[in-house]
Design a protein around this ligand. Structure first.
Ligand SMILES: *Cc1c(COP(=O)(O)O)cnc(C)c1O
Length: 459
């Protein structure tokens, strides 16, 4: 399989390039040149597979010459052996809908599902090379922990994680900062998540800097993450045996990576009806998908910090499709967004988007109420992000099998849970120790030169 950039479809790239570089030199995002579409017969053959075996089927065609089928199989088995559930995820009925729990990995959020795989991809790639890689990644709270867990202790690779100082929950922070592996560096930036993301983007845009440190990125634009995440859409589809009704997914959304993975599954032939983009009050994607207004506003802090994002990087991949795979048009739109801070999607394009995507915005008070109502009625504790996905199905009424993606374990957000149901959401036993561990992180200003200097000094 070959890949191209959303801003230039002339050059072809291999999976290795796409995975290691993450972002194309022209600033665009990598996408496959073409996709294999599964037939009904193919889909039937996936029906009863275990999660890891299904992942092997879905992921292998994207690999090109990066890895052979046998080695990929070993990498996937190793990656998913660290989850607390044999089949990685779990699907539960909660009221009139399903909740797909994606948080049974080492750091309690869905990001582990892709990140464990990426960590082992790096290890495989570096195993017989004389090469060192430095990962630099921005996190709104969960990516960092998942990436650190996947990379810590691995040879010839360092990881630098930038998080917004005092804007993530203490449990989120402790999951990142309590390890003591020498290849892990945590940096708290005096700024918000978008500031962290902009610093990383600026480093990727500076060729002499990123080449000098052989920098690699694992944020949600990395195509390998998207592919890994598409697997659980397939897996949950096969778990629901009643196929007489359409299937819809509601996805708590920030950077548009997870929901884009559902769209990818649909493009590969999985008969998904609608994907509901559920946002908190940082609702740029809701305004874009419901009214065509992609207009950047200030980020506000919420109790669902992993979704406190304005610029949704992966949206560019959808804009490329909506603009009929026109790379020059996509590059222009992205330039406009960068310079003017807005993009108005015309009616015809919006109709095209709405074939696959609907959206809902859930405010803070509604999040608290949803956690309380779901707990009172069903004795299930949802984390604030998942509550947003759950509530979105109350706003967007769809017939069929409605699946909410549960993106984080409630114990990562104890304050919100306490406020909603006056209960303590406890960490799984095997993670309790982090609460008393010593934390290690450095605080740095929102300043590109200072960060670059810090990284150079550490490697
Ligand atoms: C990252 C994250 C999201 C948002 O996912 P995107 O792929 O950025 O849209 C939602 N919920 C939780 C708990 C997360 O960690």
């Amino acid at each position: 399989m070959n890949y191209i950039s959303t801003r230039n479809s002339l050059n072809n790239f291999s999976f290795k390039n796409v995975f290691i570089k993450s972002l194309a030199d022209d600033g665009g995002l990598y996408i496959p040149k073409s996709l294999h579409k599964y037939t009904q017969k193919d889909l039937n053959s996936f029906e009863n597979l275990q999660y890891a075996d299904l992942a092997k089927k879905i992921i292998y065609p994207f690999m090109g010459d990066f890895v052979n089928e046998k080695d990929l199989s070993d990498i996937i088995d190793k990656s998913y052996s660290v989850f607390r559930k044999k089949n990685v995820v779990e699907l539960n009925r909660v009221g009139d809908r399903y909740v797909l729990e994606l948080f049974h990995g080492p750091t309690l959020a869905f990001k582990d599902v892709a990140m464990q795989l990426l960590g082992n991809f790096y290890e495989y790639y570096l195993s017989n090379k004389n090469e060192k890689i430095n990962i630099v990644v921005a996190t709104s709270g969960d990516t960092g922990a998942a990436a650190i867990d996947a990379i810590k202790g691995k040879k010839n690779i360092n990881i630098f994680v930038l998080h917004p100082h005092n804007r993530i929950s203490p449990v989120q922070r402790k999951l990142m900062t309590t390890g003591n592996e020498k290849n892990v560096f945590n940096v708290a930036i005096n700024g918000n998540f978008d500031d962290c993301q902009n610093l990383v983007k600026a480093m990727f845009a500076d060729k002499s800097f990123y080449s000098s440190i052989n920098m690699s990125g694992v944020n949600s634009i990395n195509w390998a993450r998207i592919v890994a995440q598409s697997v659980y859409y397939f897996y949950s589809f096969f778990l629901i045996k009643d196929r007489s009704k359409p299937i819809n997914f509601s996805v708590p959304t920030g950077n548009f990576g997870d929901v884009y993975a559902g769209y990818l599954a649909k493009k590969m032939g999985l008969p998904i009806n609608k994907l509901v983009v559920a946002t908190n009050q940082n609702d740029i994607l809701h305004r874009a998908i419901s009214k065509g207004e992609y207009t950047i506003e200030k980020v506000s802090e919420t109790i669902s910090p992993s979704m406190d994002i304005q610029l949704a990087s992966n949206f560019e991949r959808l804009l490329y499709d909506v603009n009929n795979h026109d790379d020059i048009k996509t590059a222009m739109v992205m330039k406009d967004i960068k310079e003017k801070g807005n993009y108005f999607i015309d009616k015809k394009k919006l109709e095209k988007i709405n074939v696959d995507f609907l959206s809902a915005r859930v405010d803070e008070e509604e999040v608290i109420k949803t956690i309380k109502n779901v707990y009172d009625s069903h004795k299930t504790i949802l984390d604030p992000h998942t509550a947003i996905g759950y509530n979105a199905f109350d706003k967007i009424k769809l017939k069929g099998n409605n699946v909410v993606l549960a993106t984080a374990h409630p114990c990562k957000f104890p304050d919100a849970i306490k406020k909603s149901i006056d209960q303590n959401a406890e960490l799984p036993k095997e993670l309790m120790f982090i609460m008393d561990e010593k934390e290690k992180y450095d605080i740095i200003d929102n300043n590109l030169d200072k960060i670059k200097k810090y990284i150079k000094e550490k490697i």
